[in-house]
Design a protein around this ligand. Structure first.
Ligand SMILES: [Zn+2]
Length: 254
């Protein structure tokens, strides 16, 4: 079947790169084409009609014309600008963190509808001002799972025994929890309190609406943040730039 010369898709803008005087390369995450790129001619000129519809973290209907090296963006219409994210430094930073992780965890041109839904739902939750820490932890765990790296949280990844209600150890290298006796043989991994293990298992299993927005102990949630951050960093083999920024911002906002 010949490839179509033009096509349209819903798309979330997850990255923008300047090109030359006034052009841009835009990276999108789409429901059925995965992560794709488009060339936006003269996007940075003041009279550009497309610019407003192709802002970072905008959900738009976008038209493309096939090109030899890169497809050209021929039209764009905003579906959701996620406005609450634009006027709030913390929320916009959370949104950019989500976009950066999606960029790094998705191969080009490979459909992953589950991850698309997760991304869209997470940005909407941030807009509704739901507990951002819970939203981000839920996103991180399900992002890893959607990318094929579901962490094992119920049984020891080494001896396969069920984990006791005690401090167990999360090993990014092993992709899950180690029981105390296996940890002695393999001294990797972070100690995880029973409370934090409970939160992680709940976030992994439950549909988002079933997760209470309040009542989760902030200290245990912070523990989960450190563990899931270390896991993502290990999987990516590098630091997530916006994660360091979020951490700094959190300290300065108190
Ligand atoms: Zn074990």
């Amino acid at each position: 079947m010949p490839e179509e010369r033009e096509y349209r898709t819903e798309a979330i803008v997850i990255r923008k790169t300047k090109l030359g005087e006034a052009d841009s390369i835009i990276t999108f995450f789409t429901p059925h084409r995965g992560r794709i790129q488009g060339f936006a001619k003269s996007l940075r000129k003041p009279k550009s009609k497309l610019a407003g519809h192709l802002e970072l973290l905008t959900y738009s209907q976008v038209s493309f014309a096939r090109g030899r090296n890169i497809d050209t963006i021929t039209g764009a219409q905003t579906i959701d600008a996620f406005l609450p994210l634009r006027n709030n430094l913390w929320l916009s930073s959370c949104g950019l963190y989500v976009a950066e992780l999606v960029y790094h965890f998705t191969p080009e041109g490979q459909e992953n509808f589950t991850l698309f839904r997760l991304t869209l739902d997470t940005l909407r939750r941030l807009c509704r001002g739901e507990d951002t820490e819970v939203s981000l932890r839920f996103f991180e765990l399900h992002l890893a799972e959607g990318a094929g790296y579901r962490p094992e949280l119920d049984t020891c990844v080494n001896c396969r025994s069920a984990l006791a209600e005690t401090t167990n150890f999360f090993s990014p290298q092993a992709g899950g929890m180690l029981c105390p006796s296996c940890r002695q043989m393999q001294p990797t991994g972070f100690p995880v309190s029973p409370a934090a293990q409970g939160i992680m298992r709940h976030l992994q299993r439950a549909e988002y609406p079933a997760i209470p927005a309040t009542g989760i102990d902030p200290e245990s949630l912070h523990e989960v943040e450190k563990i899931s951050g270390a896991y993502l960093k290990y999987l990516l083999e590098k630091d997530v730039r916006s994660a360091a920024w979020l951490e700094m911002l959190k300290k300065s906002l108190g």
